[in-house]
Design a protein around this ligand. Sequence first.
Ligand SMILES: Nc1ncnc2c1ncn2[C@@H]1O[C@H](COP(=O)(O)OP(=O)(O)OP(=O)(O)O)[C@@H](O)[C@H]1O
Length: 268
Amino acid sequence: MSFFDNNGPGGATADVIISVRDLIVGFGDKVVMKGLDLDVYRGEVLGFVGGSGQGKSVLTRAILGLVPTRGGSIRIFGRDRDSLAPAERRALEQRWGVLFQNGALFSGLTVKQNIQMPMRETRDLSPRLMDELAMLKLDLVGLKPDAADKFPSELSGGMVKRAALARALALDPELVFLDEPTSGLDPIGAAEFDELIGTLQKTLGLTVFMVTHDLDSLYAICDRVAALADGKVIAAGPLDTLLESDHPWLRAYFHGARGGRFAAKGPD
Ligand SMILES: Nc1ncnc2c1ncn2[C@@H]1O[C@H](COP(=O)(O)OP(=O)(O)OP(=O)(O)O)[C@@H](O)[C@H]1O
């Protein structure tokens, strides 16, 4: 039985935003991706899970073009990223935003300056318009205006995540990559952040690719879940489908000591 739901959440006609085929990525003798296939559909929140060190971040970075690939193809918005001229690639890259693990804000810049960084790099906007846009983004992620002039070191963990999300949304992307967005947050903060992502996804019509170890997030906001093991996506589909799988890794992940309470409860 196959656990791949390649029709996507919208059925057979769903629009594929990211299509990865037969991807091979390695470092020296170590091969991390061994012929990986994955589709991400327009408008969905895809949760990407896998054991520590299996290659979730490597896949994300390969899709973003930050690590070299040894084989296979990555198409984003229907374009094969290897066949693009540099200018086309830069234009494509402006259609997505990234929330790196731990926020990765520039520590020497204020929150407002961090949010404005992508605008400065790609747009020719007046300082006043950039200020207005930065304040709009702050509001969007639930931060008060007085956060604008604070430095990252003056923010709580939850505020850092929100500020980093505001920066990821600076250029009004269609697609957002989130690398473990709730890591380091307490359960209340994590639930609030999940809610924020879910709300933004709906109101802005975003497609979200989210690497996570947080089972609560999978239940709360993911339309589909893809699981990575031994260099390949071993299953992709609605969470219910993965919960029913008898694949040993999926059973251990979802029905093991930490996942079991969720599997027993089932999705809300
Ligand atoms: N630049 C690199 N050079 C060499 N090896 C690397 C490099 N980047 C990643 N790796 C290796 O690739 C493998 C996958 O790493 P990756 O960070 O993608 O795992 P992960 O699934 O995201 O893990 P975690 O859940 O712990 O964050 C690991 O063995 C890691 O050591």
